[in-house]
Design a protein around this ligand. Structure first.
Ligand code: DGY
Length: 328
């Protein structure tokens, strides 16, 4: 490897991460404020020793094939459904993600969506801006009181636990479902009850999806799931869009099968299912769960540390397949 390896960053990230990389490597950063096309990604990868990419970059066999000098790939995201990890492992290449640093930011946004959906904050704001508010009225914007309602966490990991902790001031009993294994802290510290999926759907007053996208979670929330939920239920998703069958959600919201939703992620980003944006009982944000200064800077530094460790042949702080390093 040359003394200044070549690193490709597929889209500009916050400076603290780029600064760190530039101290050790020749860094090429996508000059445009858009994802690289597949061709552009493969062209850049062809001469890269390390690549830092986004959840929109597909890191699969074709990518690895196009990158003969590659020593590792660092995802600028905690979710890594865009990476074929078994393929990287088969090729002996480390790959990493950015857990922890965005946990609070994402949990806070989930809670914000929950409050906004429960109290129609966005629609109420729109009326004020329109200049059409006629003055106080007893029947205007009647929402749901959250205190005391049962909070359901689907796929509780770090973010689900942080969300449950944020809910403490609202005295919400907690039920949980999914995840690789039961979250002991959630059970011990917050008294969460794990329920089978069907019971979970029927019990929760509000459901927050904090799960990663896997074959098991894809479309877990479909028409059948909405039919089991309470008609007063609120659904929030800050995990990954395809966990919800978005067309079925539009139908469920339009027909009052569930009361409201707060979404930060979408099945086919950046597009939304037809009819979703026209619904009054949904709050929609553009995948901003991690968009705080603290979280995005933290992700940049952590992703940079991961990539530099890969180039050094040492163990990256948050490697997804550390077994490849033990092998070399
Ligand atoms: C992630 O990190 O997976 C988020 O979706 C973007 O920050």
């Amino acid at each position: 490897m040359p003394s200044r390896p070549r690193i490709v960053v597929t889209r500009a990230i916050p400076e603290p991460g780029l600064d760190l990389l530039r101290r050790h490597a020749a860094v090429w950063v996508n000059p445009e404020d858009r994802p690289l096309t597949r061709d552009e990604l493969l062209t850049q990868a062809a001469t890269a020793h390390g690549v830092m990419g986004l959840l929109t970059d597909r890191i699969d066999a074709g990518f690895f094939e196009a990158a003969p000098l590659l020593r590792g790939y660092a995802n600028y995201a905690v979710g890594y459904d865009n990476i074929d990890v078994p393929e990287a492992t088969r090729r002996g290449l480390p790959v990493s993600n950015t857990p922890d640093v965005l946990t609070l930011a994402t949990a806070e946004l989930a809670f914000g969506l929950l409050l906004a959906a429960a109290r129609q904050i966005v629609a109420a704001d729109a009326v004020m801006r329109s200049g059409n508010w006629p003055g106080w009225g007893p029947l205007q914007f009647i929402g749901t009181q959250l205190t005391g309602r049962t909070l359901g966490i689907f796929g509780p990991g770090r973010i689900g636990l942080a969300l449950a902790r944020l809910s403490r001031g609202f005295d919400m009993p907690i039920v949980a479902c999914g995840g690789r294994k039961p979250n002991d802290t959630l059970v011990r510290e917050l008294g969460a009850r794990y329920l089978p999926f069907e019971d979970f759907l029927a019990t929760a007053d509000v459901i927050a999806i904090t799960a990663p996208l896997t074959p098991q979670t894809r479309h877990a929330f479909d028409a059948a799931a909405f039919a089991r939920m309470k008609p007063t239920a609120i659904l929030v998703n800050t995990g990954r869009g395809p966990i919800i069958d978005e067309a079925a959600l539009v139908t469920a919201l339009a027909h009052g099968q569930i009361a409201a939703a707060g979404l930060d992620v979408y099945e086919f980003e950046p597009r939304m299912a037809e009819g979703l944006a026209a619904l009054k009982n949904v709050v929609i944000t553009p995948h901003i769960g991690s968009a705080t200064r603290t979280a995005r800077d933290g992700m940049a530094v952590l992703a940079a540390q991961n990539l530099l460790a890969m180039l050094d042949g040492t163990t990256p702080p948050t490697c997804l397949n550390p077994e490849v390093l033990a092998r070399s």
